[in-house]
Design a protein around this ligand. Structure first.
Ligand SMILES: N[C@@H](CCC(=O)N[C@@H](CS)C(=O)NCC(=O)O)C(=O)O
Length: 225
C-alpha cells in the first residue's frame, strides 16, 4: 500500500494543504494509502526523502516528495486509473494553475488563518510554527489576528476570477473534476480543518461542497475545526 507522510495536528487533524492535493489525487485514482502523521519540526522522520517538506509518498521502493511531482508520478504510474490532467496540454495548464495558486492564493490564505492554525498544531510544533510563520508573514501571530479582516478582503479580491469561472462551469477542470480542482480545494480544506471562521463564499462555496462530496465524501468526513 502507498504510504503518505503528512502533517498531524491536534485531535487527528491532517492539515498540510499540499498533502490534501495528494490525498485527493490518490482518492481520484482509487488508490488506498496509509497515513503517516509527522510534526513540522521533526525533519529526521522524513530525511529518507532527501528534503524537509511533506507530502512524501512511498509506493513500493519509489519515494516521491513535492505534491506536484507526486501528481505527475501517479498519473504516469497509474495511467489506467481516472486521469488527473487529461493529456499533455491538460498537464501543462494544470501546472500553470498550480504555480498561480501557490504564488497568489496560499499566502493571502495563510495571513487569514495563521493564528487559528497555531492553536491546532501538535503542541510539539507550536514554537517552530510560530517562528517560521512570523518570518514568512513578517508579522507576529497576534498582529495577523488583528489584521484578519483586511487579509480576508485581499483573499476575496484574489479569488474573484475563480468566482466568475464557477458561474460558467461546474469544475475548475471543466465538465468533470480533476487535479486542478484539488489544487484550488487545498487551501480551503486547510482553512476548514484549522480555522473556525468561514472563508468561502458562493458560488465557490457550492463548488467546495461538491468537492467535499467526491469519492464518497472522502474529504468531508475528517476532523475539522
Ligand atoms: N512545493 C511543496 C511545498 C510543500 C510544503 O511547503 N509543505 C509544508 C507543509 S504544508 C511543509 O512541509 N513545511 C515544513 C516546514 O516549513 O518546515 C509541495 O507542493 O509539496
Amino acid at each position: 500500500m502507498i504510504a503518505l507522510w503528512e502533517l498531524g495536528g491536534k485531535d487527528g487533524r491532517r492539515y498540510s494543504l499540499f498533502s490534501w492535493r495528494t490525498r485527493m489525487a490518490l482518492a481520484h485514482k482509487g488508490l488506498a494509502f496509509e497515513t503517516k502523521p509527522v510534526c513540522m519540526s521533526d525533519k529526521a522522520v522524513i530525511a529518507f526523502s532527501g528534503g524537509k517538506t511533506v507530502p512524501v509518498v512511498k509506493d513500493g521502493e519509489t519515494v516521491v516528495r513535492d505534491s506536484w511531482k507526486i501528481a505527475e508520478y501517479l498519473e504516469d504510474r497509474y495511467p489506467d486509473a481516472p486521469p488527473l490532467f487529461g493529456g499533455e496540454v491538460g498537464r501543462g495548464v494544470t501546472h500553470a494553475f498550480n504555480v498561480w495558486i501557490d504564488r497568489a492564493v496560499v499566502l493571502p490564505m495563510l495571513a487569514v488563518i495563521v493564528a487559528d492554525i497555531h492553536e491546532r498544531v501538535d503542541p510539539a510544533d507550536e514554537h517552530y510554527f510560530r517562528e517560521s510563520m512570523e518570518k514568512i508573514l513578517k508579522m507576529t501571530l497576534e498582529e495577523a489576528r488583528k489584521g484578519r479582516a483586511e487579509a480576508m478582503s485581499r483573499l476575496t479580491r484574489t479569488l474573484e476570477p475563480m468566482q466568475a469561472l464557477l458561474k460558467r462551469q461546474p469544475w475548475i477542470a471543466g465538465a468533470k473534476p480533476a487535479y486542478a480542482d484539488y489544487v484550488l480545494f487545498s487551501p480551503f480544506q486547510w482553512a476548514r480543518i484549522m480555522s473556525p471562521h468561514p472563508v468561502v463564499e458562493a458560488p465557490l462555496l457550492e463548488w467546495f461542497e461538491r468537492v467535499l462530496d467526491l469519492h464518497g465524501g472522502f474529504a468531508r468526513n475528517v476532523p475539522t475545526a
